[in-house]
Design a protein around this ligand. Structure first.
Ligand SMILES: Cc1ncc(COP(=O)(O)O)c(C=O)c1O
Length: 356
């Protein structure tokens, strides 16, 4: 019990997700695309939401067919709407997946360190979480996928940025005895082929994606998945009716119409990532090779102190709880320069400096 309330025992002592939302000049803590939507896209979204507003007295399309059709076209690989599902962020997609395929008496295995929400998804759905450590380079052992009801694999991984060749995902699918959820939230930044290429061979494979990262639509809250039509049918059993609002469906469909322009920023982010990684490494801070839009940077004596010193200079990064490390999102070219200046300054201060 908590504060006298009869809270579910598995929730007692848990803390809510709480990446700080601070109005500082340089926000590099939740891996968003730093480039705002183009004016033409903003106009299209406003028009689409305006049209949706004329029928807000009706429930939205429960099956979000228009949006799913647009997402399937974006993904390619011969997918159609019946193989695609969407919800309010890939967070909700993943919870729905575990509601359908996890649950009490079942296990979900994930390779750690990984995305901080996976333990929460497990707790929310009453699924037992099994953690398997990654190796020193944050790579994984595919054979550990055997014997679990569900495997969740972030690729590229958060918070390390680690990418995995498609053959490794294939080996995981071959070893797995249950469902395999490959979380490709950062796929558009990746140099590796998407696991979508494996869907036809592995009916228990699910690939999750999001519009929150490369797609510059974090505020719109749309995540989605591609899988067999049977998986999508199964999710109908757990999704709440009308979960995706009409304005959300309209805005996301409009945003997909501008995919090419929006994703134009990806090359810039990747180029800036590589410059930032080199600059930090040149100062003696080891940077984990990144296949995503963020860097895990090591060599810090006291990450919490460095975090605070950066924040005092208006730069918000993320302390992900890995000793000696902080995670930084790749911002605009200008934000990267500001981060680097602040980093150089604070790591020469005695308190927030580097580890020896
Ligand atoms: C690996 C990974 N998966 C999923 C998400 C969730 O994204 P959203 O719920 O915004 O789609 C994130 C967000 O940081 C992430 O890092």
């Amino acid at each position: 019990m908590s504060g006298g309330l009869p809270l579910r025992p598995e929730l007692v002592g848990r803390t809510p997700y709480g990446a700080p939302q601070l109005e500082v000049p340089v926000r590099l803590n939740v891996n968003e695309n730093p480039y705002p939507p183009a004016p033409a896209l903003v106009a299209d979204i406003a028009a689409a939401v305006g049209r949706a507003a004329t029928s807000l007295h009706r429930y939205p399309d429960r099956d979000a067919v228009g949006l799913r059709t647009a997402l399937a076209a974006y993904l390619g690989h011969g997918l159609d709407a019946a193989q695609v599902w969407a919800a309010n962020g890939s967070n909700e997609v993943m919870v729905q997946l575990l509601q359908a395929f996890g649950g009490p008496g079942r296990t979900v295995m994930t390779y750690v360190p990984s995305y901080s929400m996976y333990p929460d998804y497990a707790a929310l759905t009453g699924t037992t979480l099994v953690r398997v450590e990654r190796d020193a380079d944050f790579g994984i052992d595919p054979s550990a996928a055997a014997g679990h009801d569900v495997v969740v694999l972030a690729r590229p991984n958060n918070p390390t940025g680690t990418g995995l060749p498609l053959e490794v995902v294939e080996a995981v699918c071959e070893a797995a005895t249950g469902m395999v959820f490959v979380d490709e939230a950062y796929q558009e930044f990746s140099a590796h082929t998407s696991a979508l290429a494996l869907l036809a061979r592995f009916p228990r494979l699910v690939v999750t994606r999001t519009m929150s990262k490369a797609f510059a639509f974090a505020g719109g809250r749309v995540g989605y998945l591609a899988a067999s039509a049977e998986v999508v049918d199964a999710l109908q059993l757990v999704r709440l009716p009308y979960h995706l609002s009409a304005p959300t469906q309209a805005a996301a469909t409009a945003a997909l119409g501008h995919a090419r322009e929006t994703l134009g920023s990806v090359a810039q982010v990747v180029a800036d990532r590589d410059v930032l990684a080199k600059s930090l490494a040149a100062q003696g801070f080891p940077v984990v090779p990144s296949d995503a839009n963020f860097l895990l940077v090591g060599g810090l004596t006291d990450p919490a102190a460095t975090f605070a010193a950066l924040l005092a200079r208006g730069v918000l990064v993320r302390d992900v709880g890995i000793p000696d490390h902080l995670r930084v999102t790749v911002g605009t070219t200008d934000e990267c320069a500001q981060l680097l200046d602040a980093w150089t300054a604070v790591t020469h201060e005695p308190v927030a400096g580097r580890s020896t």
